[in-house]
Structures are given as structure tokens and as C-alpha cells.
Write a protein that binds this ligand. Structure first.
Ligand code: IPE
Length: 259
């Protein structure tokens, strides 16, 4: 991967225990931070909410917005939970020697009816220029129609890659990559390479407590990012060393999307 600019999303499923509310996978986060620290070029990190966001977001129906005073309290509660996770990620990165600065989406994202409409990314430019690593995350943001809504880390990956055109974007998940069918439903094979020009339309339902749509949504985002020429990798962050290997530009067991 050389030392060009990269975007990395630490998925909530790779750094939290998704089935237990607000439960951090501290050893995985520490290891992933160390693997990230081996990369010497410019980098932006995005992380998901995992069990610090999805459970309550689903309980409160935040994927359909947060109206009225009660909705506002729910939105504030989930935002506070996600911010706790962000601090833990920042700490882990800093301890691994990465000068990480927090960039909360609530301060730069503008949404209407759950869709992003504008993002002011000046702070990212300033942080990168200063030699820092901006760290942003799936969050609850203000919404012009719905009061507040969810902004997923995958959407942030799209917005940031649109702005910065990184050399590579890496999605760190809890599975080996993209499979030809849902591995939870039976035998499935890992797709090693997806060509953007010939990729079929992505179908797929929302799964479990994931208010932002699991792998199908991730693949849609990955294809969007790959289209203008960014190399995209979807890999398993629970397997030690895979992220580091990908950052070194080596081959490995994962899905690569490009042309
Ligand atoms: C979701 O972010 C944000 C909230 C639920 C508040 P993501 O969709 O990026 O999180 P993960 O990676 O699936 O956990």
C-alpha cells in the first residue's frame, strides 16, 4: 500500500461484543491499534458503534429519526454512549503511538430524513496537515426533517473517500470478507476479488440489531468507493495480523474490490 493516504473503518463488530450492550473487545482494539500503527502514511480512521450504539438505536427507533423532547433525550443518550467508545478508540490509538484526534460527525454532518446532504470537512484537512490522524465514527447527528438521525461509519467512508480520494480504503469486520451468500445460512465461499464494472446489484436485508444494514450496505459503500479507482479491502479484524498484512500491500485472505 506504500505510504499514500488510506481510510480505515474499524467496524463495530471488530472492536465491540455486538450482543452485549456497551461491551468493548479491548484486546482486539489494542491489537488493531498496534497493526494500524505500522502504517507510515496519512490515515483517517472511522469506527462503528457496535454494541455502544446499535442496541439502543434500534430500541428507540432512531433509524426513523428522533422527534419531540423524548426523541431528543434518546438521541442524546445514544450519542453519549457512542462518544464513550470513541474515547476508548482514541486512547488505544494514542497508546499505540498514533496521534489520534476525535472528529465527531454531529459537528460536521448535515442530514435530512436520514440521508447525508452536506459535510464540512475542513477540520479533517487541518488535522491531516498538522500531522494528526482524524478519528470519526458512526453517530447520531442532527436531522433537518427528523430532529436527529443515524449517520453510519460506512457513509462516512464514502464521504471521506469522495473528498480525499485515498489510495486504499479498508473495512475491518468480524468476517473474512464478502461471501457468495450469507455464511450464517450455510456453506458459503469467500469472494476474493470483486470487479466494480461487472459487480451485480447488491441485494440483502437488514440483519439483527444492526440499524445500518450489515454487510449488504457495506458492500454498496465499498463499490461506491472503489468506482473512481480506490482499492477497497474488506477483511477480518479478529484474525491477528490481517490488517497489518493488508497495510503492507501484501496478499491475504480477504475480499478486494477494484478493477
Ligand atoms: C452506527 O454506525 C451508528 C449508530 C448506531 C449510532 P455503524 O453502522 O458504522 O456501526 P457498526 O460498524 O455497524 O457497528
Amino acid at each position: 500500500m506504500g505510504d499514500g493516504m488510506i481510510l480505515v473503518k474499524l467496524g463495530g463488530s471488530a472492536i465491540t461484543h455486538k450482543e452485549r450492550e456497551k461491551s468493548l473487545d479491548a484486546p482486539a482494539l489494542k491489537r488493531l491499534a498496534r497493526e494500524l500503527s505500522t502504517y507510515k502514511g496519512m490515515m483517517i480512521v472511522v469506527h462503528g458503534a457496535g454494541s455502544f450504539g446499535h442496541m439502543k438505536a434500534k430500541k428507540y427507533g432512531l433509524d426513523r429519526g428522533a422527534r419531540g423532547p423524548k426523541g431528543a433525550l434518546h438521541a442524546a443518550e445514544v450519542q453519549a454512549d457512542v462518544r464513550e467508545l470513541n474515547l476508548k478508540v482514541i486512547d488505544a490509538l494514542r497508546c499505540a503511538g498514533i496521534p489520534a484526534l476525535s472528529a465527531p460527525p454531529a459537528l460536521f454532518m448535515d442530514q435530512t430524513a436520514g440521508k447525508d446532504v452536506a459535510a464540512c470537512l475542513d477540520a479533517f484537512h487541518d488535522m491531516l496537515r498538522g500531522g494528526y490522524v482524524p478519528v470519526t465514527f458512526g453517530d447520531v447527528v442532527l436531522d433537518k426533517k427528523w430532529g436527529a438521525s443515524i449517520c453510519s461509519g460506512d457513509i462516512l467512508m464514502e464521504i471521506l473517500s469522495d473528498e480525499f480520494r485515498p489510495d486504499a480504503a479498508v473495512f475491518v469486520t468480524n468476517v473474512d470478507g464478502v461471501f457468495d451468500r450469507d455464511p450464517k445460512l450455510g456453506k458459503a465461499s469467500l469472494i476474493r476479488r470483486i470487479h466494480v464494472s461487472t459487480a451485480p446489484k447488491v441485494k440483502g436485508a437488514k440483519s439483527g440489531s444492526d440499524v445500518t444494514g450489515a454487510m449488504a450496505a457495506k458492500l454498496r459503500s465499498a463499490l461506491e468507493i472503489a468506482r473512481p479507482g480506490t482499492r477497497v479491502i474488506v477483511l477480518n479484524g479478529l484474525k491477528s495480523g490481517r490488517l497489518e498484512l493488508a497495510l503492507k500491500g501484501k496478499r491475504g485472505k480477504w475480499t478486494e474490490i477494484g478493477d
